[in-house]
Design a protein around this ligand. Structure first.
Ligand code: SAH
Length: 207
């Protein structure tokens, strides 16, 4: 099912980034959803993970990962751990993944799941990802998986010179776009990519 997911939903839509495809053939997506949803884990849509949150559609995970073009020696920050699936896909490619989740229960279950699956290169923190992860900065890349009205300045700050960020920008009730941000010594350049629909970036734990 994983091989079919990759060939029919991802390669067929033009994503040919080998490292991303290999990681998505490997990570057992059904381990990241509840038993109720596990039979649909490889289908072409997002899946509820509780607390009003969702794990993104496989194509979107692949798209965002491939846009970063992650390299083996990289240190990557993710904001919005959710189930831990995106973090696991990145951890198959890069040295170290740091991921921040604002909903305590989700952060804890993702941490337990990633440990059970044997990932030793992912660190999960509970907190407001708006502030990034200062102690571990700078990062080669940052990936944000909840939609924000603006690009949080602390995240731009925590990006290395030459670093990249991908973030869905737009309010929950408008069309959001994935924005790719490149930072170098002189400037920060933002480029709009495809239209998407993400759960909102929040500033306090969902009740
Ligand atoms: N990347 C996840 C899917 C994330 S859904 C996966 O692969 O499963 C978006 C997640 O972002 C939710 O879990 C939500 O609780 C979290 N989130 C929203 N606002 C946040 C913030 N300010 N800081 C950290 N996490 C946040």
């Amino acid at each position: 099912m994983r091989k079919l997911m990759v060939s029919e939903q991802i390669e067929a839509r033009g994503i040919l980034h080998e490292a991303t495809l290999n990681a998505m053939r490997k990570v057992e997506r059904h381990q990241f959803v509840s038993d109720y949803w596990s039979a649909s884990a490889y289908e072409d849509h997002p899946i509820p993970i509780g607390h009003g949150q969702t794990i993104s559609q496989p194509y979107i995970v692949a798209y965002m990962t491939s846009q970063l073009d992650p390299q083996e020696n990289w240190k990557v920050l993710e904001i919005g751990t959710g189930s831990g699936y995106q973090a696991a896909v990145l951890a198959e490619i890069v040295d170290q993944v740091y991921t921040v989740e604002i909903v305590q229960a989700l952060g804890h279950s993702a941490q337990a799941r990633l440990k059970m699956l044997g990932y030793q290169n992912i660190l999960v923190k509970i907190g407001d990802g708006y502030y990034g992860w200062e102690e571990e900065a700078p990062f080669d890349a940052i990936i944000v998986t909840a939609a924000s009205d603006n690009i949080p300045p602390p995240l731009i700050q925590q990006l290395k010179d030459g670093g990249k960020m991908i973030i869905p920008v737009g309010s929950p009730f408008e069309t959001q776009h994935l924005v790719s941000v490149h930072k170098n010594e002189e400037q920060v350049l933002a480029e709009r990519l495809l239209a998407v629909r993400f759960v909102p970036f929040t500033r306090q734990e969902a009740k």
